[in-house]
Design a protein around this ligand. Structure first.
Ligand SMILES: [Zn+2]
Length: 338
């Protein structure tokens, strides 16, 4: 036994650090399920992942779902291996539908056993039966396979949380919230019919997602990596719930990117020098790149407008006033033949 220490974990209050996530290799099989390899790596969860990449993701595109999973890890966990409630964190909101998703995941796991054995047989030039035998020692389980409907259910639950929170912050109306609502799976989990139900749903759904982060004392041996200890307790769904929780706890507000081609929600601008220096107020763009793109677009518009005004005989000073730019800038454009 290695020397070990107890680590008290704090009662939630204020922001909590998001633990790293275990990201396994993954392939998309038959466009309906994700099959995970045994190799993996610890990866930090990018800031505002739930608000950006998850919102941008096209849930109708199975290869996009696979790409997301390859980068950030499995979203949603059957929980069977560790006896946790996994999918059932959503169950109070969508009972029967989750039974269907769960069964689809089970049959995907059985299907994957056959596919994996056939591949092993082909790779090593052995009989299918022998390959299957080898897998029977350690058959793929629910933790090795995920039906993409399971991914979708968790993604939609998180996206609906964003909609409710944005409604609560005044970023959208209740009608918009209902129109933009995504059914978690099939026809279940209808949009809330009153604002008060929406807020109750937010509280219940988010709190269920945060269950893995409870107060506890950990026993760590000297050889354990901190990442393994902090990260393994919760899956990506729980960690994204924790990202939302942190924004709620710090009273963050959502802004909408002022780049007319973007319009994404964000809290802090991305692409600044160091983390922790991301300013929260006074920024209109979700990323440095969006700010630059909009500045270029504005410049192009202004130069075209300046050309038109010049053509009508307007003096540089008048153009400067109209465009809100210094007269020297306009004179420089004129000299450069803009
Ligand atoms: Zn943007």
């Amino acid at each position: 036994m290695h020397r070990a220490d107890f680590f008290p974990l704090p009662w939630p209050g204020g922001s909590l650090r998001i633990p790293p996530n275990w990201v396994r290799g993954v392939t998309l099989e038959q466009d309906v399920y994700l099959a995970f390899t045994s190799d993996g790596r610890w990866a930090d969860v990018p800031d505002e992942l739930y608000l950006r990449e998850l919102i941008d993701l096209d849930l109708q595109d199975p290869s996009a779902i696979c790409g997301f999973t390859r980068l950030y890890g499995r979203l949603g966990d059957s929980g069977q291996r560790r006896g946790e409630d996994g999918l059932h964190r959503l169950a109070i909101f969508a009972g029967d539908e989750l039974v269907r998703i769960h069964n689809a995941g089970q049959s995907a796991a059985e299907d994957w056993l056959g596919v994996a054995a056939a591949r092993l047989a082909a790779d090593e030039g052995i009989d299918y039966a022998d390959a299957l035998d080898r897998y029977l020692y350690e058959p793929p389980g629910p933790e090795d396979v995920q039906h993409i409907d399971e991914f979708r259910a968790h993604a939609r639950a998180l996206r609906n949380l964003v909609r409710i929170w944005d409604y609560h912050l005044g970023g959208r109306t209740f009608d918009e919230l209902r129109q933009q609502w995504e059914l978690v799976g099939g026809g279940l989990y209808e949009p809330p019919d009153t604002p008060s139900r929406a807020l109750h749903l937010f509280s219940a759904l988010l709190s269920h997602g945060l269950v893995p982060f409870h107060v506890r004392v950990d026993l760590r041996s000297a050889s354990d990596s901190p990442a393994r200890h902090d990260g393994a307790r919760a899956d990506l769904y729980a960690k994204l719930c924790l990202q939302i929780y942190n924004h709620v706890a710090e009273g963050a507000t959502y802004q909408r990117c002022a780049n007319e081609n973007c319009r994404r929600l964000f809290v802090r601008q991305r692409g600044r020098a160091a983390q922790g220096q991301n300013r929260r107020r006074g920024l209109q763009y979700c990323s440095v790149r969006c700010g630059q793109a909009q500045a270029h677009r504005q410049l192009w518009h202004d130069k075209r407008r300046a050309r038109e005004m010049l053509g009508l005989g307007a003096p540089a000073e008048a153009i400067a006033v109209a465009l809100g730019r210094p007269p020297e800038t306009i004179r420089r454009w004129v000299r450069a033949g803009t």
